[in-house]
Design a protein around this ligand. Structure first.
Ligand code: ZN
Length: 59
């Protein structure tokens, strides 16, 4: 069994049995994955707005 880190959450990984998550860890990983995704989406929207301004479009 080795301890690895996914999104700063430590998980135990066993070669024979797979990954073991302690209480609440799956939720923690999901929250961090979601938080990262929404930041990226917000950034993409902002970039599209900047491009729109540069090209004289408004939205
Ligand atoms: Zn095992």
């Amino acid at each position: 069994m080795v301890t690895e880190s996914i999104r700063q959450v430590s998980v135990d990984v066993c070669q024979d049995h797979g990954m073991w998550l302690g209480p609440g860890k799956l939720e923690l990983i999901k929250l961090r994955v979601f938080a990262k995704g929404s930041r990226k989406r917000a950034q993409r929207v902002e970039e599209a707005r900047e491009e729109g301004r540069a090209e004289g479009r408004r939205f």
